[in-house]
Design a binder for this molecule. Sequence first.
Ligand code: GDP
Ligand code: IMO
Ligand code: MG
Length: 424
Amino acid sequence: MKRIDVLLGLQWGDEGKGKIVDVLTPRYDLVARFQGGPNAGHTLEFDGEKYVLRSIPSGIFQGDKLNVIGNGVVLDPILFVDEATALSRSGHDLTTRLVISRKAHLILPTHRLLDAANEAAKGDAKVGTTGKGIGPTYTDKIGRYGLRVGDIEYDFLNKYEQAKQRHLGMLKAMDFPLGNLEELERAWLEAVEQLKAFTFVDSEWLINNSLREGKTVLAEGAQGSLLDIDFGSYPFVTSSNTICAGCCTGLGVAPSSIGQVYGIFKAYCTRVGAGPFPTELFDQTEDELCRLGHEFGSVTGRKRRCGWLDLVALRYTVMINGVTKLMMMKSDVMDTFEEIKVCVGYEHEGRVSSEFPYELNESYRPVYKSFKGWGQDTSKMSHEEELPAALREYIAFIEGEIGVPIALISVGPDRDQTIIRGTL
Ligand code: GDP
Ligand code: IMO
Ligand code: MG
């Protein structure tokens, strides 16, 4: 039975995953996050309200669907409780609609410090992380030192103390200041107490049993495939498998249970933090993309670097994920552009290649195909037939190059600004 569909980002994150998970949620019984943590910032807009979710799945606003934080996620109790409290204050009670895997790993206050210490030690080679302790928490998971949500139920303080002492030793060796650690620790332990109000589950059983009962699941990716720990632009990546395979390990589901793989991309490209970005722009067009697309990080507020759509990278991530349907976001941002470019190859040492290389560096120069802009406001359009001919040409070109249909076009941040082409 193929009843899990996966929705994931095909670029460097912030493609618009939160918006589309919210749009698709009515079609499913469960929504589950499978990796990442509060480095994610998923924005949803409806009824004139805007919400940014970090750890909580984006299915939380649609009726009584069950939302699952899977084992592959790393959870910061402080940030999670803050997020949950803010939602319940705005009338969205979660306690009966959200469950957390016992196997999800906890982000400790010292993980945040280690994240900062690692970045400082890297100097010019820093990754530009979100500073949320993601890398050190996954490092502990793989190193078999981690603390899991399930540990909260057994001998927790002892385990916490051991982990903390180990981290303090590392921080001391790096000569990194502890700052307000005590205060942070107090808030963290308090948040751990509050976390106990939520239901901890063995989510692999919950999900597999639900599937057996005929229920359907939407798996929500965080970050994007070009930030994947194995296939992204290493070392300028995050510390989890953001690709489709991450859904199997991050939820405990078999590859054979996956149905659609929805790959979501912006009609241009953005990236936050350091690392290669072949189609990055440094001109007025960059300013326009940033301004019109409001390209500022939803977690850190950092300005996102902007550039043209990169089909070499997109073809690569579509391959790695086995994308069955594409979804194109934010084409409305380019409504006023006279010219739109798309990277169709990389020129390197006198040759043009359409393959994504082992190490992207400045010697790979984008080769562009140019399109005439459509010069029309598309943000109120709700049917494919209304879309301007030039935009349809752009869409057809991408589909032709990638070989996968674009099943959804998003023309604005609101839930309603979504055009579905045919059946999803
Ligand atoms: P995510 O991390 O993939 O969920 O994406 P983010 O929420 O970080 O960033 C996407 C941003 O674009 C958010 O501010 C959304 O409200 C906004 N957005 C999503 N889809 C569209 C769209 O089609 N058009 C426009 N103009 N904005 C969009
Ligand atoms: P969503 O889910 C965009 C980037 C950081 C940094 C690198 C590593 O909203 O798309 P980390 O804190 O994970 O160790 O940082 O990854 N990054 C994101 N960029 N969107 C995200 O999430 C990101 N999560 C991490 O900027 O370059
Ligand atoms: Mg985001």
